[in-house]
Design a protein around this ligand. Structure first.
Ligand code: ATP
Ligand code: MG
Length: 360
């Protein structure tokens, strides 16, 4: 065993979360066993189930427990279906703010035979996670939306220097570990002050990273180029809402939301594995959800923790998970229907477990 046990939370979330989070934990437990990584797993209540059992979608006990962890797997949250009561809040924005998880790292990669629109896609969108338009009631600007008269509504978008600089730095660091190419995406032609500030901070940082090639692309042009020529991008950094929209577009290039993982990180030392997709109530309970995005988000968390903790076993474990997942995706009998497979959540998970054991 290398290092101290990693303390990892398991938060199912809602709907398909009850299917894909257990699949992710099963894969991670198997990989940890094979590569000698000590993990202290802590299941914690959240979401609709927690509202039932604890009277709160984010119980105070869960919040306290998270503060003692190295990281956690957060399943998708079906907050739009929550009853309109005081303790039925959407936990996402609170968790991101409380733990200062300002960078949402969302990779997009194409695999053969999955119905991808292009081959050879391998890019990462780093989305600012805590600023921008803020329609959540816990935020700095109150609701973030105002209706001064019945005819007029204002939405407030917050961009700060600190917020821009820190997400840009996370993206430059990532670019340095990859193909050393960073694209910052904005609309400073129109939003001269807000996007302008984001651009200024990206440009200042570029001077600190002379080894990274930097491109500046306006968001509408980027949306078009992402469809036509996604292979021309490596790491992309952008503000909150642009990043949210563009990462769903990117997922559409490579088989859809089931293929869109994500990791939330900050300058603290915790990481939150969170897939890009929602809780997919339309397919919940049928055992057909694609667990790839959640499993890959989990893998990213162990890789990140491995590097940040100097835990070589966790890095090896993450590499093995990646290899096994890629191999299982090639098996059309095992993978799920959304990516042109004939399998389901269980068959895909079993295929990954088989690949893990065979590779060891
Ligand atoms: P949110 O507002 O939380 O992002 P959403 O409205 O974007 O939610 P999702 O829950 O992400 O909606 O679902 C969008 C579509 O993608 C649905 O048809 C859903 O079934 C499908 N989908 C999402 N995740 C998966 C998955 N892991 N496997 C298969 N299909 C999925
Ligand atoms: Mg969505």
């Amino acid at each position: 065993m290398s290092g101290h046990p990693l303390r990892i939370g398991i938060l199912h979330g809602d709907d398909i979360g009850h299917e894909i989070v257990p699949a992710s934990v099963e894969v991670a437990k198997a990989a940890a066993g094979l590569y000698g990584v000590a993990i202290d797993w802590q299941p914690l209540p959240i979401g609709a189930a927690a509202l039932q059992s604890h009277g709160h979608t984010l119980p105070p006990g869960t919040m306290e427990a998270l503060k003692t962890l190295d990281g956690w797997i957060l399943g998708p949250i079906g907050h739009r279906a929550y009853p309109k009561v005081a303790h039925a809040i959407n936990p996402h924005p609170i968790l991101r703010k409380q733990f200062n998880l300002f960078a949402n790292v969302r990779p997009t990669r194409s695999y053969p035979d999955l119905g991808c629109l292009h081959d050879g896609v391998d890019l990462v969108i780093v989305r600012e996670n805590n600023e921008g338009f803020q329609p959540d009631r816990n935020m700095v600007m109150g609701s973030g939306e105002f209706r001064p008269t019945d005819e007029v509504t204002l939405s407030v978008r917050v961009i700060t220097r600190t917020g821009s600089r820190r997400v840009a730095r996370a993206a430059f660091e990532l670019a340095r570990q990859r193909r050393k190419h960073l694209t910052y995406v904005h609309k400073d032609t129109v939003f001269k002050l807000s996007c302008g500030m984001f651009v200024e901070e990206c440009q200042k940082l570029a001077a600190e990273y002379p080894d990274v090639r930097v491109d500046d692309v306006i968001v509408d042009t980027f949306a078009m180029r992402l469809v036509r020529d996604p292979q021309s991008f490596d790491v992309v950094v952008t503000t909150n809402m642009f990043g949210d929209i563009l990462s769903d577009e990117a997922a559409g290039l490579v088989g859809g939301l089931g293929m869109a993982p994500g990791l939330c990180i900050g300058d603290g030392d915790v990481a939150m594995a969170q897939a890009t997709h929602g809780s997919a109530p339309d397919i919940a309970g049928r055992g057909i959800a694609n667990p790839y995005a959640m499993i890959e988000s989990t893998r990213m968390m162990f890789d990140w923790l491995g590097h940040s903790r100097g835990n070589a076993g966790a890095v090896r474990m993450a590499a093995a998970m990646s290899q096994a997942t890629t191999a299982a995706l090639a098996d059309a009998e095992a993978r799920t229907g959304d990516v042109h497979g004939r399998g389901n959540t269980a068959t895909f998970t079993q295929a990954i477990l088989r690949e893990l054991r065979n590779a060891r």
